[in-house]
Design a protein around this ligand. Structure first.
Ligand code: MOS
Length: 756
């Protein structure tokens, strides 16, 4: 039996485990190497695949020469558009079916001779060893007929058109007359920003092991969304979903790059079907860059007008990002600007260009991460113009209700976040004058910025099973990308059922389980928690009903509200029964409760909730930098982040999530940049040697604090910690550099040449 969610998730009683810094349950398996990732599964006759990438941006293949590749010892097959079995076309995107987001692109790989981007996979080599496959792939010769391609974002940017709007992610907003207010404002700033493309660089490059048995497919894959992946494969390969099993117990980082279905997955499945072999395709880092969309570049304008006291009279934020002719994801770059400041007049626009590049995709806080860089840099610059402390300027413009529509904030504690952060960081010691604080020869700068990320929930189905031994099994196909997702649900289930954590087992990462929420939008923990809480409630109800039928039960006549789940049973005052006793008395060896949540009712609920509330995680980022006055080198020397993320389920894993976001934010600020050849559309730095993510030596101690007050509109009051901390981070660095040097850098990354 199953039920829908209650409109409001039930509250739980005790908090024995929730909030505690508990070690990840999968930590041991990962540190001992026992954990097996998608590319680590052995099958009899396992073959290995490698991709051949297009070397032009647009056109078609006129000739294919695979003779040299086929001559390599160990090569089993070379698949191109001339001989590959067909795949069905990708489904079109539909707002009513978010799983259509699983189509990373609309390209029908290997069914067409058309080239849509430089790097598109045009052939797949299958061989007995990965070395043979990769070597043979390098020998495949393709001849092209080139067509003109548009690949230069900067050149195309003036031709941008407004993004299509949808109810949850609007692309425009107007209040009053922002342009007139800006012109009339006694104090104003008007800045242009640019941010480069970024790539996810998960520690585990994308990998697939695909095994067909007749019309049944087993797939090992690190994915952020098992239901979407399975549905997409079902559509592309024309087999029912029930024939496909996706196993994804360990995902070595995703950050959005494993949320859609990209070429490697599809081509591994296709190659396995074509060769009748189990096929593993472990992408090289370079192949990841060529086949998995990264973050869009952007240009942005933020113009702010204020009266002499710093009250905002005008806020203008416009952006241009890019998608591709073959798909891509428009970003909500101005999302923070909708909700952060009480400006009297507002004008927001998100615009798009389409290029002949691989489709872009979501990357940690898509929209907000780059949008807050521009907004929060501009707010800082306005503080300089006003001669006002940047925190004071923000507090003067902190709205009581949503500035655009007057909606209520579900939860908003930015004042408290800044107060706590200023205290912990030592903001009072900041000399407000630029370029005067020093540490030896280093210039010292301190900057702040606001973090903002909307809170989402997704559908999640959960089954809870209680065995005669008092053990609880949580079954939910959720995704463990390293953030401690299963650990958090074990804590929640243990508290809800009143059992020790050791008695809880969480089953996840498998399409045979009840479908879990996707690991995206910082929504997984809250979404699954709602299911776990609802299932626990049902389970306790069944158990109480069993107990009440037992003649000598001390729970006879008791209602659910009167009993407490603790010590492995149900109790009223000092008296009660353990679960084992209740089950034994009922002659049962287990009891189960299932909760199902469907997409349509879920979307309806989300929309109605969003008509009433603005829901978000927020935070205050404090950054200190040291800048070398001679070389322009910037070192981040201290960081304090205070976050309003509602209830913190696990202080240890939440800390890691928030620190990780800040680390990525520092990378975005100082070094990360995908370089695209503006003539050929080719990515010039597709490796960790040339795309610089921060290393340990780049990162100081990061202090993370919480306000830890529940959001009353969220399950257990928890908001989600995956993305908020990358937002505002790059601006905090830029603002600290501005304080240290007097120089406002508006183009990311902040490299030496821009500081000097
Ligand atoms: Mo994400 S960018 O919600 O994995």
């Amino acid at each position: 039996m199953t039920t829908k969610y209650a409109e409001t998730a039930p509250a739980t009683t005790g908090t024995k485990y929730v909030g505690r810094p508990i070690d990840r349950l999968d930590g041991l398996a990962k540190t001992t190497g026992e954990a097996r990732f998608a590319a680590e599964h052995q099958y009899p006759g396992l073959a290995h695949a490698a991709l051949v990438h297009a070397t032009i941006a647009r056109g078609r293949v006129t000739a294919v020469d695979t003779a040299a590749a086929r001559a390599v010892t160990g090569v089993i097959e070379v698949l191109t558009h001339e001989n590959a079995p067909p795949m069905k076309p990708a489904p079109k995107f539909s707002v009513l079916d978010l799983s259509s987001l699983a189509s990373g692109t609309s390209v029908n790989y290997l069914a067409t001779d058309e080239v849509h981007w430089n790097g598109q996979p045009m052939a797949v080599v299958v061989a007995e060893t990965p070395e043979a496959a990769r070597h043979a792939a390098s020998l495949v010769r393709l001849t092209y007929e080139e067509r003109p391609a548009v690949v230069d974002f900067a050149a195309e940017e003036p031709n941008a058109v407004q993004q299509r709007s949808n109810p949850v992610m609007p692309s425009a907003a107007d209040k009053g007359d922002a342009r007139a207010a800006l012109a009339a404002a006694p104090v104003s700033v008007d800045l242009r920003f640019s941010t480069p493309p970024h790539h996810h660089n998960a520690i585990e490059p994308h990998a697939t092991t695909a095994v067909w048995d007749g019309d049944e497919l087993t797939l090992h894959e690190g994915t952020q969304n098992i239901p979407w992946l399975r549905k997409h494969l079902s559509q592309r390969f024309g087999v029912p979903e029930r024939n496909i099993r996706v196993l994804s117990p360990f995902v070595g980082g995703g950050f959005g790059g494993k949320g859609s279905v990209w070429a490697g997955t599809l081509l591994a499945v296709l190659a396995a079907r074509a060769t009748g072999r189990a096929v593993r395709l472990a992408l090289t880092r370079e192949s990841v860059y060529h086949t998995v969309g990264g973050r869009t570049p952007s240009t942005q304008r933020v113009a702010l007008g204020a009266d002499a006291e710093g009250n905002l009279t005008a806020l203008i934020h416009t952006s241009v990002s890019r998608t591709s002719r073959i798909g891509g994801m428009p970003e909500q770059i101005t999302s923070g600007s909708r909700h952060l400041y009480a400006a009297q007049n507002v004008h927001l626009r998100q615009n798009l260009v389409q290029l002949d590049l691989l489709a872009n995709t979501a990357m940690r806080a898509p929209g907000e991460s780059i949008g807050t860089f521009a907004l929060e840099s501009a707010v800082d610059e306005l503080a300089w113009e006003l001669g006002l402390d940047p925190i004071e300027l923000r507090m003067r413009n902190e709205p009581e209700r949503d500035p655009l529509h007057g909606k209520q904030f579900a939860h908003r504690m930015l004042r408290e976040a800044y107060a706590l952060g200023a205290d912990r960081f030592g903001w009072r010691e900041r000399d407000p004058r630029p370029g005067v604080m020093r540490d030896g020869r280093w210039l010292v700068g301190m900057g702040v910025a606001t973090a903002y990320h909307p809170s989402w929930r997704m559908p999640a189905s959960v089954t809870l099973r209680l065995g005669a031994d008092g053990g609880v099994v949580v079954r939910c196909g959720l995704h463990e990308m390293g953030m401690g997702a299963a650990t958090a649900q074990a804590q929640i289930a243990a508290d809800a059922m009143g059992v020790p954590m050791e008695a809880v087992r969480v089953e996840y990462g498998d399409s045979d389980l009840p479908p879990g929420p996707g690991a995206g939008g910082s929504a997984q923990t809250a979404s699954a928690a709602a299911g776990v809480l609802a299932a626990a409630e049902k389970l306790k109800k069944s158990l109480l009903a069993m107990a009440r039928r037992q003649p000598d039960s001390p729970l006879r006549g008791r209602r659910l509200e009167e009993v407490e789940a603790r010590d492995g049973g149900l109790f009223h005052g000092g008296r009660g029964q353990t679960y084992a006793e209740i089950l034994a008395g009922a002659g049962r060896d287990h009891v189960e409760a299932a909760v199902k949540s469907g997409m349509l009712s879920f979307m309806a609920r989300t929309l109605s909730e969003r008509r009433r509330y603005v829901k978000a995680a927020t935070g205050a980022q404090f950054c200190e930098v040291r800048v070398d006055p001679d070389t322009g080198e910037v070192r981040v020397s201290r960081w304090v982040g205070v976050f309003d993320v509602g209830t913190v389920i696990n202080e240890k894993t939440a800390n890691s999530q928030l620190r990780g976001g800040i680390v990525m934010g520092i990378g975005m600020a100082l070094s990360e940049e995908t370089l695209v050849d503006q003539r050929t559309g080719r990515i010039m730095n597709p490796s960790l040697a040339e795309y610089h993510v921060p290393v340990h030596a780049d990162i100081p101690r990061i202090d993370v604090h919480y306000l830890d007050e529940p959001d009353p509109t969220m399950p257990l009051g928890l908001i989600g910690v995956g993305e908020v901390s990358i937002t505002g981070a790059a601006a905090a660095v830029a603002n600290a550099v501005r304080h240290a040097t007097g120089k406002r850098v508006v183009d990311l990354p902040i490299t030496l040449d821009k500081v000097l």
